[in-house]
Design a protein around this ligand. Structure first.
Ligand SMILES: [Ca+2]
Ligand SMILES: [Ca+2]
Ligand SMILES: [Ca+2]
Length: 436
């Protein structure tokens, strides 16, 4: 993978934006970009019998029970049809590791230009695009697709990696543009859409310097309907108590603020913290889904929030009877106490589930036998990253070659029709293909 430039952190992009209305404040994702060198972290422990998902060994938050109790959690429950809205830059809903877990609007008929379910949105089969105002929330940035994979990449298909929830229904709501920037007014519309169409949890991996009346009203709307909002703390390495960010700093106890941890379980150096940051979750060097079918690494509180949204989906799967306050209370009660500057500690899915599952139904985790735990050095992790990057690059090259061949076949036909000579480049490409 060619190194990509850093996604501009939230505050730096504001000057570039053209707000859609005078009242709208701007927001952007706070995810830093892929290709950041691996931190020389500790060994990543690997429990050999976790799953057949090949990427799991490189998903440090999920590869062992140590980080967030995920193997204990998955012994109890792997997911359900709980709807989690990914209000972000869109989602690549055709990604093979996401497609089985994408929400479908049962009342809508795709592509007929009609609002079949009369919800006010035409052809919103998997969600809606509030940037281009159409029923196709495709991801033109990559941020939302990465976030979706953390919440709920399919975890039992032997392909790629797994989300925190292995099975879930993810609603794709696009409010951020190709630069992963947008307005609080569109975020507000996205929240209302998610609430009105059945989401129980809304993930907001975005932050901006002010809330705006529309966003505040939409958060209150979600609260009134028992929908939880999970918000990234933001990536300015600062104390939210002194300089708040929105929506994370909104005073609403259904808004769960998430700071980012690195693989040493310390606060990630980019993460905001303090008042409004309720819980910390893995957010540095996170491997997840990329637009086009591949996988990539990203760092940011944008990556931490969806780990919490996925955990809430697991709690909801175990206890469908719990309301928003019950889900939130289990999440906070299950958090591991740490010295991190957040209110409740470090997210722990296993502990959270233990709080709400009856003792007679609880399944003790299978103890990892010593030979099953393989410690990996930082060099090994880097090597694994390089291998994933190489696979992504090879897949892209193959795709490009197929495209070139198709174009040359077409050009050959056109040339023959016009009696013109085919370009030398195409002759070479066709000759090579014929040889194969
Ligand atoms: Ca509709
Ligand atoms: Ca339709
Ligand atoms: Ca998978």
């Amino acid at each position: 993978m060619t190194p990509r430039t850093l996604v501009t952190a939230a505050l730096l992009t504001f000057g570039l934006l053209a707000p859609q209305s005078a009242a709208a404040a701007t927001v952007s994702t706070d995810g830093l970009e892929a290709g950041k060198p691996a931190r020389s972290g500790p060994a990543v422990a690997r429990a050999a019998d976790t799953s057949v998902e090949p990427n799991l060994v490189d998903q440090w938050a999920l590869a062992s029970d140590q980080v967030m109790g995920i193997l204990t959690a998955w012994r109890q429950v792997t997911g359900s049809d709980t709807i989690v809205a990914i209000v972000d830059s869109g989602v690549d809903v055709s990604h093979r590791d996401l497609a089985p877990n994408i929400w479908t609007n049962a009342g809508e008929v795709a592509g007929n230009g009609v609002d079949d379910d009369h919800n006010g949105f035409v052809d919103d089969i998997n969600g809606y695009d509030f940037v281009d105002r159409d029923g196709n929330p495709a991801d033109q940035n990559g941020h939302g697709t990465h976030v979706a994979g953390i919440v709920g990449a399919r975890g039992d298909n032997g392909l790629g990696g797994s989300g925190v929830a292995q099975r879930v229904r993810m609603m794709a709501v696009r409010v951020l543009d190709a630069n992963a920037a947008g307005t609080t007014d569109n975020v507000a519309k996205g929240i209302r859409y998610a609430v009105d169409n059945g989401a129980r949890i809304v993930n907001l991996s975005l932050a901006g310097p002010s809330a705006g009346a529309e966003l505040e009203a939409a958060v209150a709307y979600a609260h009134a309907r028992g929908v939880l909002i999970v918000a990234a703390a933001g990536n300015q390495s600062r104390d939210l108590g002194a300089s708040p960010a929105f929506p994370v700093s909104l005073a609403d106890d259904f808004v769960i603020g998430v700071a980012a941890m690195n693989s040493q379980l310390q606060l990630a150096d980019i993460s905001n913290y303090g008042a409004g940051a309720d819980i910390a979750a893995p957010g540095a060097d996170i491997l997840s889904t990329a637009v086009g079918g591949g996988y990539e690494w990203r760092t940011g509180t944008s990556m931490a929030a969806p780990a919490v949204a996925g955990t809430l989906a697991l709690i909801a799967a175990a206890r469908p009877d719990l309301g928003a306050d019950g889900l939130r209370d289990a999440l906070f009660a299950g958090a591991t106490s740490t010295n991190l500057p957040v209110a409740y500690g470090q997210v722990n899915a296993g502990n959270a589930l233990r709080r709400v599952i009856a003792p007679e139904s609880w399944k003790e985790p299978v103890a990892a036998k010593a030979p099953d735990v393989v410690a990996r050095s930082a060099a090994d992790v880097r090597k694994a990253r390089a291998a994933v990057d190489a696979r992504v690059k090879a897949a892209a090259a193959k795709k490009a070659a197929v495209k070139r061949l198709a174009a040359c076949k077409k050009a050959k036909k056109a040339a023959a029709k016009k009696g013109k000579k085919l370009s030398k480049r195409c002759r070479t490409i066709l000759k090579a293909a014929a040889k194969k």
